[in-house]
Design a protein around this ligand. Structure first.
Ligand code: FAD
Length: 369
């Protein structure tokens, strides 16, 4: 490895989307990934939902990049035969007191430029989803699901076609400022070390993005927030055809345990949100099955507790600690030519093509433009 024009740290959906956007045959771009393969971090442990952009505060990066990213994702998926379904989503009020929250979200959606949401009565919900119980609902027709792996493979292919290089098994262990560039220190799976110089650095290291920024003097602190999922068996296909979410509670972390459907039609409950001290534990406790059942049975009356089983988990890289207010994505050039992407939790998958465009804009004029 000689010297690089741009080094991207992390080959999750964000690093790969950025690589696809900025790669050019005349640029030397390396994507460094500590794992044996790309996309095995947060990007492979999520709900694969293309979010509408309803929940996030107006003028936040999360809102703007989610809405732009959603439009781009549907275009990319359609053009490149990436598996996706625009199945829509219902946020349901299980009791009348929750209706106010749906009205607030409907308003908020408008503020974020999402004009397609509709408030539905109990009867309209029953017509749309006869097996759901709700006093009212907010319908988001633009919400969908996508294969995160197909999407990442597409981004990687595009990056490679433009001569970017993915180097797996290569962990970044140190970074030093070196004149107008950065010296990157790495270690591979066998323990061999290697260092090289890079004019620009893009930190897309997901759960370790605060550590990477810290190598250059940054002081971000991520909080790890685990989301468990439970699978649902023995439900007839077609029982539910849309994603079903509860009305969010005040100051809630995450969107509340909800019903997701994957591209093969399998149903899951989750994710919940539990702060943990280390980003390592992906086990799902047995007790989560009965807990998730009791949290969702009011609006999913067809569920039977014995058909709910512990499944997988993912970990969110949150800048928001317990009890903190909303925290936005950080996408910032903290040092000349060094862009940090920190706190890229949900809706990061949806926003990925828009985040990549933003990073590209930040780089324009920096290197060989
Ligand atoms: C439970 C859960 C559900 C979610 N659901 C959705 C959803 O439905 N829709 C949506 O839009 N978003 C969702 N998200 C958010 C979305 O999954 C993330 O925003 C996105 O996957 C983050 O991608 P990333 O590339 O930043 O991180 P990652 O995929 O984790 O990629 C970072 C990569 O950096 C590598 N790395 C770390 N440190 C180093 C190092 N020192 N050297 C080299 N490589 C390193 C890691 O190995 C990893 O591969 C969800 C997240 C969670 C946790």
């Amino acid at each position: 490895m000689e010297s690089a024009d741009i080094t991207i740290i992390g080959a999750g959906v964000i690093g790969l989307a950025v690589a696809a956007e900025i790669a050019r045959p005349d640029r030397n771009i390396f994507i460094l990934e500590k794992n044996p393969t790309h996309g095995s971090g947060i990007s492979s442990r999520n709900s694969e939902v293309i979010h509408g952009g309803i929940y996030y505060p107006q003028d936040s990066l999360k809102a703007a990049l989610c809405v732009e990213g959603r439009h781009r994702l549907y275009e990319i998926a359609e053009k490149n035969k990436i598996l996706y379904k625009r199945i829509g989503k219902l946020i349901v009020a299980a009791k009348t007191s929750e209706t106010e929250e749906l009205e607030y979200l409907h308003e908020n959606a408008r503020k974020n430029g999402v004009n397609s949401t509709e408030l539905l009565s109990a009867r309209e919900v029953a017509r749309m989803e006869p097996n759901i119980k709700a006093c009212s609902a907010l319908y988001s027709p633009e919400t969908g699901i996508i294969s995160a792996h197909d999407l990442m493979n597409y981004f990687l292919l595009r990056a490679r076609q433009n001569k970017a290089e993915l180097i797996n098994y290569t962990k970044v262990t140190g970074i030093e400022k070196e004149g107008r560039s950065y010296r990157i220190f790495t270690q591979n799976g066998k323990g061999d070390t290697f260092d090289f110089s890079s004019a620009c650095v893009i930190n897309a290291a997901g759960l370790e993005s605060d550590t990477i920024a810290g190598l250059v003097g940054g002081s971000y602190r991520l909080h790890y927030c685990k989301g468990d999922y439970c699978s649902i068996s023995h439900v007839k296909p077609g029982t539910v055809n849309r994603l079903i979410y509860p009305a969010p509670a005040k100051k809630q972390v995450g969107l509340g345990v909800h019903l997701t459907i994957d591209l093969s039609g399998r149903l899951k409950l989750g994710p919940d949100a539990t702060y943990i001290s280390r980003a390592e534990d992906y086990t799902v406790e047995d007790r989560k099955a009965s807990l998730f059942y009791s949290r969702t049975k009011a609006f999913l009356p067809f569920l039977k507790e014995e058909n709910v089983s512990p499944d997988m988990a993912g970990i969110r890289p949150k800048l928001q600690g317990i009890g903190d207010d909303f925290q936005d994505f950080v996408i910032r050039e903290d040092w000349p030519g060094f862009i940090n992407l920190v706190g890229i939790e949900s809706p990061g998958l949806t926003a990925s093509p828009a985040i990549a465009r933003l990073v590209n804009k930040m780089l324009t004029g920096k290197h060989s433009d």
